[in-house]
Design a protein around this ligand. Sequence first.
Ligand code: HPA
Length: 275
Amino acid sequence: MTDPSHPLDLAADPFEVARTAAADIARLTGIAHHDIAVTLGSGWGQAADLIGETVATIPATEVTGFSKPALDGHVGTLRSVATPDGRHVLVIGARTHYYEGHGVRRVVHSVRTAAATGATTMVLTNGAGGLKRGWTPGQPVLISDQLNLTADTPLEGATFIDMTDLYAARLRAIAREVDPSLDEGVYTQLRGPQYETPAEVRMVGAIGGDIVGMSTALEAIAARQAGMEVLGFSLITNLAAGISPTPLSHEEVIESGRAAESRISQLLADVIGRL
Ligand code: HPA
């Protein structure tokens, strides 16, 4: 589903569009350079208020290449937040999901834009299903590695990028200093938007996945390509299909995000304060 009037579908070079978007952000926020970027997925929204002082909030639709959010529970804004120690955090509350069908360039545009604003650390958060024994809905976990089962990639052409330390061990160690009880797991991105069948969840478990979701893996690849260090958090909003005794519902996912929101948002803000 390409849109011939969209700048990313028109452009020969998506990084050029990201540089234009970064210039829009600098103009609209008055902040020329950001140090860290964080994408807030379902359940993580309150972190924006806890990281520091909001300098500016802008509708994502005013920034080149950004699309309207497809879903309730996903805030369509970009915020510039100043931490108490004077760093600038770009808070991205406008995620374009792969299942929206607009192509991977739009999915990773926010990450490329974050890199173009100067950010060298990308924090990716999401709400996701959990496979690991002992995990319970409402629990935040670190992402240790990923399986990209979308059969797609943000890389175009012969672009060979090392993925060995994709979710930086250095940053995970910092997160564990803040909360030593944080467990970690392998994030698995499927295309969605249907939730998995129990058979698909068994497959994910058999090939080494611990978390199932519909975002993040493609974004992490783009962040790595842009040279950023990546930190990933999943909020386990539900046990994955077949592990959960009840059918999955979007309402349940949003509700358990809400219930955990203030606790995990504080955790995220504390971690960002240490990065
Ligand atoms: N599967 C995929 N995506 C999700 C889930 C899930 O169980 N929960 C929240 N997002």
